[in-house]
Design a protein around this ligand. Structure first.
Ligand code: ARG
Length: 591
């Protein structure tokens, strides 16, 4: 698609004064900015920087440049810039509304599902680690963030052409499994675990802590059992394996509801036999020092304290497994980037870990990126696993679907299948709500915010998408059943060669401009690891569509006008659908 900023920069760079000031076309490109106020133009070129070289006041430069550029515009040749004016120190550019609408429609129709994608990532692999819950512990509302943000980042990178690998670094190892095994052997029942694994295992874990307070020898027993597990003791491994499988069944149900899949479940236990290599290498490189009987890497010089690598009893730690995992991923996947979507509470851990990798001499350490996010809390107060005040993610999702069902029935939402619509909208609402805020912000989970059909929510955007779909259906083609209308079928019923003169009203242009900005939003969301940029952009598209739909009649009698407007509706529908898909949200055709 044509880059209007580039078109403008090239025209500016062609002027004598600009060359005299020593600015290149790329230099100009960097200075040109989109305006914030549409009525003042679409792009602006501030002239402050030229003042010194040209020995003139910026407003004077702006007015001279505007005059020169205006004279050069050839309005009859279907140019891309309509008007150039100056205001104070700025040269303001109005792009051709017709050209922009034609460009956008042409680009979307050429490859509807690929609109906004790119091949910038071709030949590059990005490892995205996300979700990574601890087995035998509740998969609760707090886990939604890594799961949903990570999944979206992965989809965005795939859309930008990268070869992605989705990893679930399960917390399936560590001394707590010694405790769990001891507790199970003393108080456990197989049937109980099978009927409700996580709740039951958690109760064993809690019971262990209560009992260990009275009888501290239990702790020693647990340590011994874990040591046996590490050495490969058959009985211990079998139990641990079983706990892991039962937990994975539960996690799998939630991933299924969210439509999320992984390429690898290589969690902490996967690295248990790769630990010696790490400690040996650290020792060889002279990085390990002893501190209170334990082996540490001293990071005081970096303001990061001491990274505890190996305990005095010889057992390794979380960070040791993360060092092993990074090395393994580099060797096994040959990544271009290795991303970790993990809560900001672990900032220190990841800072230490990266510093250790650097000290080990791995020049790819900087390609490993910790992507932190803030806390989610519940309107009713903080969660605590111990106190049993925990909200299971599965219950949240089921609840969302149930509440949505009620709304769908009460509002008499247009649907052929109430359950399916409730599922798509309910789950979508939770995911969308999660991805609406900047990831680093803390937020409070609340139903009214998530399920609102009018605010900046998932249901609202889905509704606008369905409304666009219904306009196209009403246009009379194709006459196939709604469920069988694919985007391609839409595309074939839409003509890209439209007369864009019908798309020059304020609201049509504002809508076309939002659609035009979508590929940039996707790119920037990838660059900043910030799915909310996509979320907010499709809210803008949806709002622009609603204004257009309010202001204008789409299904008019005039065939040329109708075709042009329908094409814009199609481009809108496609952009919203793709944006939602990048978030992991479905887009119902009816609502
Ligand atoms: N299992 C950990 C937790 O629930 C998160 C793991 C994060 N990933 C990592 N590579 N350390 O807190």
């Amino acid at each position: 698609m044509r880059d209007y900023r580039r078109e403008i920069a090239d025209r500016i760079a062609g002027l004598g004064d600009i060359a005299a000031a020593g600015l290149s076309a790329d230099g100009v490109y960097d200075i040109v900015v989109p305006t914030t106020d549409d009525s003042k133009g679409d792009y602006a070129f501030p002239c402050f920087r030229l003042a010194k070289a040209l020995r003139k006041a910026p407003p004077q430069i702006a007015s001279e440049l505007a005059a020169e550029l205006s004279a050069g515009l050839d309005k009859d040749s279907g140019g891309v810039i309509d008007r150039v004016v100056s205001e104070n120190a700025y040269v303001n550019f109005f792009v051709s509304r017709e050209a922009l609408a034609r460009d956008v429609i042409g680009a979307v129709c050429a490859a509807p599902d690929a609109y906004g994608s790119s091949d910038e990532g071709a030949g590059r692999r990005v490892v995205v680690e996300f979700s990574s819950p601890n087995i035998a512990k509740p998969f609760h509302i707090g886990h939604i963030r890594s799961t949903v943000i990570g999944s979206s980042i992965e989809k965005i990178y795939r859309f930008l052409g990268y070869d992605t690998v989705r990893i679930n670094h399960l917390g399936d190892y560590g001394t707590q499994f010694g405790k769990m095994i001891v507790a199970y052997r003393r108080w456990g029942k197989r049937e109980d675990v099978e009927s409700d694994p996580i709740v039951t295992l958690l109760s064993y874990y809690t019971k262990f802590h209560d009992e260990a307070e009275k009888d501290p020898s239990l702790e020693d027993e647990a340590r011994e059992v874990f040591a046996k597990l590490e050495r490969g003791g058959a009985e211990e491994r079998e139990l641990w394996q079983w706990f892991r499988e039962e937990s994975l069944k539960e996690f799998g149900r939630v991933y299924g509801m969210l439509g999320i899949a992984f390429d690898s479940y290589a969690g902490e236990s996967f690295y248990s036999d790769k630990m010696d290599r790490v400690t040996d290498e650290l020792a060889d490189k002279g990085l390990l020092v002893e501190s209170e009987g334990a082996q540490v890497v001293d990071l005081d010089g970096y303001g990061l304290g001491k990274a505890l690598i190996k305990k005095s009893d010889g057992s390794t730690l979380y960070i040791t497994r993360d060092i092993a995992a990074a090395i393994y991923r580099k060797e096994h996947y040959g990544f271009y980037k290795n991303l970790y979507i993990v809560a900001s509470q672990q900032n220190l851990h990841f800072a230490q870990w990266k510093q250790v990798l650097k000290l080990m001499g791995y020049d790819w350490a900087d390609d490993c990126v910790h992507i932190p996010f803030g806390l989610v809390s519940l309107a009713g107060g903080v969660m605590s696993t111990r106190a049993g005040r925990v909200v299971f993610l599965e219950d949240v999702l089921k609840n969302a679907v149930e509440k949505t069902r009620e709304i769908v029935i009460e509002k008499d939402v247009n649907t052929d299948d109430v359950d399916e619509t409730a599922r798509q909208v309910g789950i979508g609402a939770v995911i969308f709500g999660e991805l609406h805020n900047n990831r680093i912000k803390d937020y409070v989970f609340g139903w009214d915010k998530v399920l609102n059909f009018d605010g900046e929510t998932g249901p609202y955007v889905q509704y606008v998408h369905a409304r666009a779909a219904s306009v196209i259906r009403k246009a009379g083609n194709p006459d196939a059943a709604v469920s069988s209308i694919t985007p391609d079928a839409y595309a074939s019923s839409i003509t890209p060669d439209v007369d864009a003169v019908y798309l020059t009203s304020d609201s049509a242009f504002a809508l076309a401009k939002e659609i035009y900005g979508f590929p940039d939003a996707v790119r920037s969301a990838g660059e900043k690891y910030e799915p909310s940029i996509v979320t907010r952009h499709i809210v803008d598209v949806a709002q622009a569509f609603n204004r257009f739909y309010h202001d204008e009649q789409v299904l008019v009698d005039d065939a040329a006008e109708r075709a042009a407007k329908l094409a814009l509706v199609f481009a809108t529908k496609q952009t919203i659908k793709t944006g939602l898909a990048l978030l992991g949200v479905e887009a119902p055709e009816k609502m």
